[in-house]
Write a protein that binds this ligand. Sequence first.
Ligand SMILES: Cc1cc2nc3c(=O)[nH]c(=O)nc-3n(C[C@H](O)[C@H](O)[C@H](O)COP(=O)(O)OP(=O)(O)OC[C@H]3O[C@@H](n4cnc5c(N)ncnc54)[C@H](O)[C@@H]3O)c2cc1C
Ligand code: FES
Length: 336
Amino acid sequence: MAKIALNFEDGVTRFIETVGYETIAEAAYRVGVNIPIDCADGACGTCKCIATSGSYDPGDYIDEALTDQEAEEGFGLACQMRPESDMVVGILASSAACKVEAATYETEITELSFLSSEIVKLRTKIKDGSSITFLPGQYANILVPGSTQTRSYSFSCLSDTNEMEFIIRLMPNAGLMSDYLRTATLGETLTITGPVGGFYSREIKRETLFFAGGTGIAPFIAMLEKLNKDANPQPIKLFYGATTVENIVELERLKTYTNLSVQTYPCVSSEASEPYANGYVTQWITKQELALEAYDIYVCGPNAMVDAVKASLEEKQIHYENFYTEKFIPTGMATA
Ligand SMILES: Cc1cc2nc3c(=O)[nH]c(=O)nc-3n(C[C@H](O)[C@H](O)[C@H](O)COP(=O)(O)OP(=O)(O)OC[C@H]3O[C@@H](n4cnc5c(N)ncnc54)[C@H](O)[C@@H]3O)c2cc1C
Ligand code: FES
């Protein structure tokens, strides 16, 4: 039996399990996930998808359905692919087209603690005792109580859990969710939908760089928790920037990942930065600091920080194999 994360084009993820030596399409249809399919015979290419991690038997097909180059790039045919390990598979269709909806959970707040004067750790427990599965790095949408609006927050905990955790910066002035959380109390209900998002840790095969800005540290904590659990041997450099010293949070927690080789570089942009380095995470993007031939790179945080890291990597000609980003874009800004 293999666990397969199906990632749809709109960012929704649905987990399914294969039974015996089933194809991905067989496993999906058995649980009502109608991924695109036509011939079911490896001839038309309708069920083309992309495997981003895991191993599988590609099955039989003709070149018109899948070329050798596509196969080399990780594409496969869901009607033919038989997973040989847990996998993450990108489906080239929206979740709605496949009759899939992200799951919604009624939860109750079990912890709301201040990590600094403006950052809170929120923990919520699923009321019906079920658990949620997500890829480390993904996020959920939380309905702001008393409104019809949701806000997105990255999980900062291990998957397959009954109790989700988030690390949230409260907007210094007004903010819908921020204002709610300032006065929320334990036991209150939060409606949470997810998991969502294409920012998650792939198979770590080489030295990897994590760039976190502010509460952009949250998805990296989820990734590190999982990598630590799996005792991943690849070295990781975590460049972590915040505006003030008190907003560098969870450093003690990062030190507990003893099964991993992770080096943390905290820095603070305001002048009073002691005991941390002064400046932005981009200060470590130099040929001396990053001397390997290629890295896998993950960047998460405010819009400007993600763009600055990308520009700096290009300017300094730091080579990478894979590059993944998540921008904490305020609600409405993308459409505005
Ligand atoms: C995929 C994704 C994942 C996210 N994960 C996290 C997370 O793990 N932790 C976290 O703290 N936040 C995260 N965010 C941001 C979060 O969703 C909210 O935008 C943020 O918490 C503000 O919500 P609010 O309701 O308090 O403020 P809103 O009512 O949305 O906004 C109030 C005012 O603040 C401004 N504003 C909002 N956000 C910012 C910002 N980042 N910088 C400057 N001005 C801003 C708005 O433009 C508006 O004027 C994520 C966003 C996305 C898109
Ligand atoms: S459905 Fe035709 S190749 Fe899979």
